[in-house]
Design a binder for this molecule. Structure first.
Ligand code: CA
Length: 244
């Protein structure tokens, strides 16, 4: 699985001049085009002007709260990948940032090699191509995941998912009925060289459960169940065939 494009449009949102210039230079040297916003306000202006493939958001900004910036970037560009950078130690900030629309996070200080590995993982579309297979949607009970079109339907109604939620659901669907280990899910959906905590996985599973439950109510059908396998990972349950 490789990135399908060498150069990406990155938006860096970082007020610290030393960290910001180091990140801009190193990401630029990897061949990405980098715009650098020093404030949250400037970041929102940039996002309104042009699309980006990926946004790196420092949570500690001088003008706006980084979580609020994340939320507004997600609203403006539903498909962009957002990675938050945080110096905060509290896990709660990470959870709030993921809930606000971030796809991933890095805790400062981080190594540039780690950042680059994450970006590579986020920018590739290899998993989607692999799962798209013969182009037919994956179906589990009333759930239908069309990887080629990146659409998800439950009971015929469209379900809106964030990019990583979609990838995770597609991976679970591809292995429906199978126990999938945390390592497998992290490797396939995020990166094969995962450095950080896998809390990201649990938060995304939680979000998927909520979205599917809400969609099931709207479509008057049973939501597909994602079972937690303690000490192992997750399994998307195949529904029992109805005996009518
Ligand atoms: Ca800062």
């Amino acid at each position: 699985m490789r990135s399908v494009k060498g150069m990406a449009e990155l938006l860096l949102v970082e007020d610290d001049p030393v960290i910001g210039s180091a990140l801009r230079d190193s990401l630029g040297s990897y061949g990405h085009r980098v715009r650098w916003a020093r404030t949250g306000t400037q970041a929102l202006q940039y996002v309104a002007e042009a699309r980006a493939d990926l946004v790196l958001v420092d949570l500690g900004l001088p003008d706006l709260d980084g979580i609020e910036v994340t939320r507004r970037i997600r609203e403006a560009q539903p498909d962009v990948v957002i990675v938050v950078l945080t110096a905060r130690r509290e896990e709660i900030d990470v959870v709030v940032a993921l809930d606000a629309g971030a796809d991933d996070y890095l805790t400062k200080p981080f190594r540039l090699a780690e950042l680059q590995a994450r970006l590579r993982a986020h920018l590739r579309r290899g998993l989607a191509r692999e799962l798209a297979g013969d182009g037919r949607p994956l179906a589990v009970g009333p759930l239908e995941v069309d990887v080629a079109a990146r659409r998800c339907r439950l009971g015929g109604s469209e379900v809106e998912l964030r990019p990583k939620e979609f990838d995770l659901l597609a991976r679970l669907c591809a292995g429906a009925g199978e126990a999938l280990s945390r390592e497998t899910l992290m490797a396939d959906v995020w990166d094969e060289h995962w450095f950080g905590s896998s809390k990201t996985l649990d938060v995304h599973v939680g979000a998927l459960r909520r979205r599917l439950a809400a969609a099931a109510v709207a479509a008057s059908c049973e939501p597909p169940a994602i079972a937690t396998l303690r000490g192992h990972g997750y399994r998307l349950e195949r529904p029992e065939p109805t005996g009518t």
